[in-house]
Each structure stands twice: as C-alpha cells, then as structure tokens.
Write a protein that binds this ligand. Structure first.
Ligand code: PLP
Length: 391
C-alpha cells in the first residue's frame, strides 16, 4: 500500500517512550525548546495585525514569489555586502520545503546527498522523501568545530552519485560558521565535480562571540552552482508565518537553468501564502529588534554556562553562533547520553537533548540557548548536582 521511502518506524523509540512516562508523572524543567514563540519572543501585536489589509481577499499566485517580497530579501542581503538580484530568489513556505525543492531539482532516486555529521535530524527525513541517499561527512572538534575536509574528500571518493553537498552554516547543533578558507575549498571541490553546494544559513544572524559573522557566500562570485537558504522562522523568529527563501548563485548560465526548473517546481506547489509574502518587507524590517533580544538571552545563557561549568566535570563546547549549546559529560558509570538524559529527567526533573539526536559521538547533551535565563540557571545547578553525585 505505502511507499518504501515512508516506511519509517512510527512507534516511539524506547527513549521517547521513557520520557513520555516521566512527563506524565510531573512537569519537567525543559531546556530543549527551540521554538521562539514558546519562550517569550513576541513581536509587537501590530505586526501580526498588519498581515491583514485591503488586499487580503485577493490571491496573487507567482511561482518564484511576489516581486516585492523577493526584493526585500535581496535588499537585506545587499545591505550585508552580498551581490545578488531579486530574480535569483525563490520563495517557499519553509526552509524544509526549500530542501525538498532542491533535492527534487538535483537528485534522481538513488543519487547521493552529502550531509554533515553531527547534524540536524530533519534532513534525514527530507532526503528519504526525495528518494535520495544520504552520505555523511564529518565535522571535527578540537578547540572549535570545523568541516573535516580530508574526510569529506574521502567520503566524496566513495560517493560516485553525489549530486549535492549540504553545509549548515552556522551548524545546528555545533554552532560553527563556515570558515572563508573552507568555503573556497568547498566551492572548488563542488565546481570540479559538478556538485551543487547548498548552504543553510538559518542561524547566520546569531553570532555568539564578539566577532562578526564571516563574509557571506554571496559576497563574492561562486564557481559552483550554489543555493543559500534561510527563512523567517529563525531570521525573524516567526516560524508560524511560513516563509523562506532560496538564493541561487554560481555561473550565470547554470544558475539561470536552475532557476527556470525551480520556477516549475514552485509553480506546481504555489506554497507560501500571498498574505505573508505581501507582509515580508515589514516582517524583515522587524527582524533586527527581535534578533537583538534573542542574542541578549543566548549570550547571557552562554556566559552563565561558561562561568558555572568552568572547573566542573562538564565541558561546554565552543559555540560561534546559533541557538544550541553542547555539553560534554564525563564517561562514568557506563552512562551514555541517552542514559544521562533519562537520569536527569527522572531524578532531577530536567530535560536536555541527548547528543544521539544529532549523531554526536561520545557523551553529549544539548540545550537550547533561547531557554529563559532562570531555567538555564536552575538547569545548570541540577546538572552539576547530578554529575557530582556520580563522581
Ligand atoms: C539548520 C536548520 N535548517 C532548517 C530548519 C527548518 O527551518 P524552517 O522552519 O524554515 O523549515 C531548521 C529548524 O530548526 C534548522 O535548524
């Protein structure tokens, strides 16, 4: 009856079943919420009301997106030094949908997509849905996270049907920006192998350190066919409005052929609502104020973690950007990351994400940096108590 590509297990894993039982007993202090609308980040109410105006009853289908919305996105990029024209932009309802369009554009069934490991789990499902096969390439950690380029090259040697290389920049969950030298090397590798480079920069506007984000991949001409994707979900903390964009760059002839096909894919869906597209210029104009509030919270939380974990058995991994902090726990009492997460939930009523969600090796927990500050303070205290009782 059903397709093989959707033959995922639908029974809860032992881990999530155990968590459900714990949640049913009493509420947990949840340090994993990454939905900004659930942790107090609201825009002024007028912004939501302004979605409705005199033009609301009229449907304006436009495959690549309404010109005013695309121009607002292009202007935002030009303001940070990018070279692009609104005609290079395709709108979708979400970044996830942008991936789906790109995999449809680039891959036949069985073709391979190179994805970072550790990485964001959603992409596995999106690749399955497009009937593409995933091939992981590793990120490595020394004093910071970076792409392990020699390992990526080896992974590519073993991936004759690779069609696209996905880079999450900044990475979720590792939080590293794409280093400009690595970007140049990836551009060379992709151009030489006819691979498309997909750069997911949904967290680009959230640098955690004092340093500014590195130059954007759109600041200089690209040799490889390159797709840069992002959306309102993170840029304006408006996941409920469903608007995202794909910017197509690279050699002009290839870029235009890609755009012509993307237009047909988009025309078959006409997915983002006319209302949100019309409001896009105002929504983007409102983004910086909310980004500033989010950054204040994420940086306060990081500073707290840094100060209170220093000298403890828990290591806070370096994070350059994004909304996630990774904590490395000591390997004691045979506790792996899932066991630590369940132990913390059962005995200390606190919820962290186990690192296996992201294919992290070793014993790691992830926490969402957009969690309200008092919860991070309390959660850190409980974590340190839990770890101390095992040492
Ligand atoms: C790296 C990354 N890309 C894409 C998405 C999906 O974003 P959207 O809400 O636009 O589908 C997420 C969601 O958390 C994400 O972390």
């Amino acid at each position: 009856m059903f397709s093989r590509r959707t033959a995922w297990s639908t029974t809860p894993s032992p881990f999530s079943a155990a968590l459900d039982r714990l949640r049913a007993r009493a509420p947990l202090l949840d340090l994993t919420v990454s939905d900004p609308t659930r942790v107090g980040f609201d825009h002024p109410p007028e912004l939501y009301r302004a979605l409705i105006d005199d033009r609301s009853p009229i449907y304006e289908p436009d495959a690549l997106g309404l010109p005013a919305a695309r121009e607002a996105i292009a202007a935002r990029h030009r303001a940070r030094g990018d070279q692009l024209d609104a005609a290079q932009i395709c709108l979708t309802a979400s970044t996830s949908e942008a991936y789906a369009y790109l995999l449809a554009l680039l891959c036949d069934p069985g073709d391979q997509v190179m994805l970072p490991r550790p990485g964001y789990p959603l992409l596995r499902y999106l690749a399955d849905l497009s009937a593409a096969r995933l091939t992981a390439y590793p990120l490595a950690y020394d004093v910071a996270w970076h792409i392990d380029l020699p390992a990526l090259r080896r992974a590519l040697e073993a991936a004759p049907r690779a069609r696209a290389l996905v880079v999450i920049a900044p990475s979720n969950p590792c939080g590293n920006y794409l280093d400009p030298d690595q970007l140049e090397q990836l551009d060379h590798i992709c151009a030489a192998r006819d691979l498309a480079l997909i750069i997911d920069e949904v967290f680009y506007d959230y640098p955690q350190g004092a340093a500014q984000p590195p130059p954007s991949p759109l600041a200089t001409p690209r040799r490889a066919l390159t797709f840069v994707i992002s959306g309102l979900s993170k840029v304006a903390a408006l996941p409920q409005l469903k608007l995202a964009w794909t910017i197509v760059a690279g050699p002009a002839e290839l870029r235009d052929r890609a755009l012509a096909r993307l237009e047909l894919i988009a025309d078959a869906h006409l997915s983002p609502s006319t209302l949100v597209q019309r409001a896009a210029p105002r929504l983007l104009a409102a983004a910086p104020a909310l980004q500033a509030r989010i950054l204040t919270r994420t940086r306060t939380n990081l500073a707290h973690l840094r100060e209170h974990l220093r000298g403890s058995a828990v290591t806070l991994l370096a994070v350059e950007a994004g909304w996630t902090a990774l904590l490395r726990l000591p390997a004691i009492d045979d506790l792996d990351d899932a066991a630590w997460a369940l132990h913390l939930a059962a005995e200390h009523r606190t919820l962290f994400q186990p690192g296996f969600f992201y294919d992290l090796e070793g014993v790691h927990l992830a926490l969402s940096l957009i969690t309200p500050e008092p919860d991070v303070i309390e959660g850190t205290r409980r974590l340190l108590t839990a770890v101390a009782s095992h040492l």
